[in-house]
Design a protein. Structure first.
Length: 231
């Protein structure tokens, strides 16, 4: 398959104390449970860029490449990990997370964030790394909205791809690709702490058990909130 002229590009690695092999296993189980759909968590807001992408193509794609640098200590052993339980779409509509989906991230208790983001992805076949043989030249990419070069710290971005860019640069393998489907991007809210196990969440638990435990706690918390409000 050819590299699209315009697409969403995200680089992956260890996140929220889980190496990529564990994340992919969990996302594959999620994909199977949701008939091909899986939510891929990202840390930065790309709403305006994604709207621009939807104006360029009716079938937007996300391409995945590995991060070249070693994982940061806060990703390997974060002080806190949360699951995100609700959110809103690009157009401001409320959306609950599917009961069979799980998006996690690290959270700094000293400076907690109230939002995270997730790409809504679809793929018919299993999430297997290395199926693609193509590579992306970093110098061939420009941010779609600004036309500027992609920054080294931009883990996820919406880009224009052109082979006319001059100069040698790093190359990144395309390890995986998927379609982006409606509602494309979720602005996640209502983080729920995940029980840590010797500093590593979910390592010794199955995906279904982790989801059930988190959502049982979410339901219980909601019931208690309603009781307190007298509803």
């Amino acid at each position: 398959m050819t590299i699209p002229n315009h697409f969403c590009w995200t680089r992956f690695g260890t996140e929220a104390a889980q190496p990529i092999q564990q994340i992919l296993k969990r996302k594959e189980q999620e994909r199977q449970a949701n008939e091909g759909v899986f939510y891929w968590g990202i840390g930065n807001a790309i709403g305006p860029s994604l709207r621009a992408l939807l104006g360029k193509t009716a079938s937007p794609e996300v391409l995945f490449s590995p991060i070249k640098s070693a994982p940061r200590s806060e990703d390997v052993a974060p002080s806190s990990v949360v699951a995100w339980t609700t959110g809103e779409t690009l157009f401001g509509d409320f959306i609950p997370m599917p009961s069979t989906s799980l998006v996690t991230s690290r959270l700094d208790p000293q400076s907690p964030k109230s939002t995270h983001y997730a790409l809504v992805c679809y793929r018919e076949s299993s999430l297997t790394l290395g199926e693609e043989s193509q590579e992306i030249e970093f110098s061939d990419l420009r941010n779609l909205l600004t036309g500027r070069s992609v920054g080294a710290s931009q883990v996820t971005c919406v880009v224009e791809h052109s082979l006319s860019r001059a100069g040698a640069s790093k190359s990144y393998p395309i390890s995986l690709r998927a379609r982006l489907i409606d509602p494309f991007l979720i602005r996640l809210q209502d983080p729920l702490p995940i029980q840590m196990n010797s500093g590593v969440p979910l390592k010794d638990e199955s995906w279904s058990e982790a989801v059930r435990e988190i959502w049982d706690r979410r339901v219980s918390s909601r019931i208690e909130q309603l009781a307190f409000q007298g509803v």
